[in-house]
Design a protein around this ligand. Structure first.
Ligand code: HEM
Length: 424
């Protein structure tokens, strides 16, 4: 198919259409160019959006794209934090990223975190009387906040765990809007950064905190950057939140998993019979493919570039379309069919499934938390399939105009009442 490129007049800025149309904005523009690059402006800056496996290779070549100064302040002040690993390039990025990879790309560590989640899930849901009305999104965010803070070695009272869960979801919920949600996200980030920076200072002064030695908290608190210096306590807090906040954000995928089980209940039996966990993993991959979460990633052209004959001037904002990639009929058979079978018996290729970025996490900005995400999502999907619950009447629509989106109701369920004879 011939690829076309749209060129917009410089005064045509797509920021408002993006805010208004959300996930649909870029795929619609891509459709008009038959998947070819889309030229536009965002926040007044010239931008080009790319899609597909070749574009992933191009985008994740660090000679092409730089991240320093690429992310707008409102996104840093809510989602990632100022000075975060997301904003670094070259040696500074490699040194910081190595810390995340050592902590997060560890099978035993991911399994230990999943054990925390199973324990918290059973205390919150399976180990309680039936007949409870639960908003799954809120409950899962709390389960994940308690689990990841225990795993990271951040001591939290029950009240502080609730605050952490609410603040982490607020940070994610408010990064792509200018309204009330945005200001709530800023306040949430400021509160948690201050609290964690204070903990880092205490640890450096020799205070004994609750965690064992070797925890993620200890590693981040004592991490030395490429310049050989400890992170200032505030940046250490930002990076601790870059472990805690996205782990809590797996609650978005958990409600999508519940949505899929409700809409296509046959997967429930397959998960219940899944002794080796292979189907749960395939199911987790398909949830990450099918449902919308990160719409795209972006960086700045590090120099004048050429992409498939298109010139891209230095400092142009280059976007890589993630959501559109997963629904592109040239890349997926029946992309709008929810079908975990796509991933049964195989792991997806590195640049095939990219909800958390593409390329090699060791050399680029791909998410280092992908193994943890898949492990926790598979665990939560299996727990959900095993739980007996009813789904009362509610609004389960998922508005594509909202970033990030989720079923509007947060997925309300009522746990089944236990039969006095012990059967359900
Ligand atoms: C909830 C599911 C998650 C989604 C949808 C997600 C998505 C992403 C995306 C799209 C990126 C940016 C990739 C790029 O810029 O090229 C990213 C980066 C990152 N993610 Fe995740 N992520 C998730 C879970 C996690 C978890 C569980 C952790 C940690 C425990 C984590 C830690 C990070 C970090 C530290 C980065 C920055 C990497 C870098 O700049 O080199 N994420 N994630």
């Amino acid at each position: 198919m011939t690829r076309l490129t749209t060129t917009l007049a410089p005064w045509t800025d797509s920021t408002l259409p993006l805010l208004a149309r959300g996930y649909a904005w870029l795929p619609d523009r891509m459709r008009a160019t038959h998947g070819g690059p889309v030229r536009t402006r965002l926040l007044g800056r010239p931008a080009i959006a790319l899609r597909g496996p070749a574009a992933i290779g191009f985008f994740y070549d660090e000679r092409h794209i730089s991240r320093t100064a690429a992310l707008p302040g409102p996104v840093l002040d809510t989602l990632f934090g100022q000075g975060a690993v997301h904003t670094l390039d070259g040696d500074a990025h490699r040194a910081r990223k190595a810390m995340f990879l050592a902590l997060l790309k560890d099978e035993a560590g991911a399994a230990a975190l999943a054990d925390h989640v199973v324990l918290q899930w059973s205390e919150a849901l399976t180990g309680r009387d039936g007949g409870r009305r639960v908003v799954l999104f809120d409950e899962t965010a709390l389960i994940l906040a308690r689990s990841v803070c225990a795993w990271t070695g951040v001591p939290l009272s029950d009240e502080a765990a609730r605050q952490m869960a609410g603040d982490c979801t607020a940070m994610v919920d408010g990064f792509a809007t200018l309204g009330v949600r945005h200001w709530r996200a800023r306040a949430a980030r400021a509160r948690q950064e201050d609290a964690l920076a204070a903990l880092v200072r205490l640890a450096r002064e020799g205070e004994e905190l609750a965690g064992d030695s070797g925890t993620a908290f200890e590693v981040v608190a004592w991490h030395r950057d490429a310049d050989g210096r400890l992170l200032d306590p505030h940046t250490a807090a930002v990076e601790l939140l870059n472990i805690i906040r996205p782990t809590v954000a797996i609650a978005w995928f958990a409600v999508f998993a519940a949505h899929a089980l409700h809409r296509w209940p046959s997967h429930r039996d397959l998960l219940r019979k899944d002794a080796d966990g292979h189907y749960a993993r395939a199911f987790a991959h398909e949830v990450r493919r099918f449902y919308p979460f990160a719409p795209f990633v972006g960086g700045l052209a590090a120099t004048d570039l050429t992409w498939q004959g298109e010139t891209i001037a230095k400092d142009t904002l280059v976007l890589l379309d993630l959501y559109g990639h997963h629904h592109d009929p040239e890349l997926w058979d029946a992309p709008y069919r929810f079908d975990p079978q796509r991933f049964v018996g195989r792991e997806p290729g590195a640049d095939e499934l990219v909800p958390q970025g593409g390329g090699d996490p060791a050399h680029g900005h791909r998410c280092p938390g992908e193994d943890i995400t898949v492990a926790l999502l598979a665990t939560l999907a299996a727990e959900l399939a095993a739980l007996d619950f009813d789904v009362p009447e509610q609004d389960l629509s998922i508005p594509l105009s909202r970033i990030p989106t989720r079923p509007r109701s947060g997925f309300v369920l009522t746990t089944a009442r236990q039969d006095p004879r012990g059967t359900v």
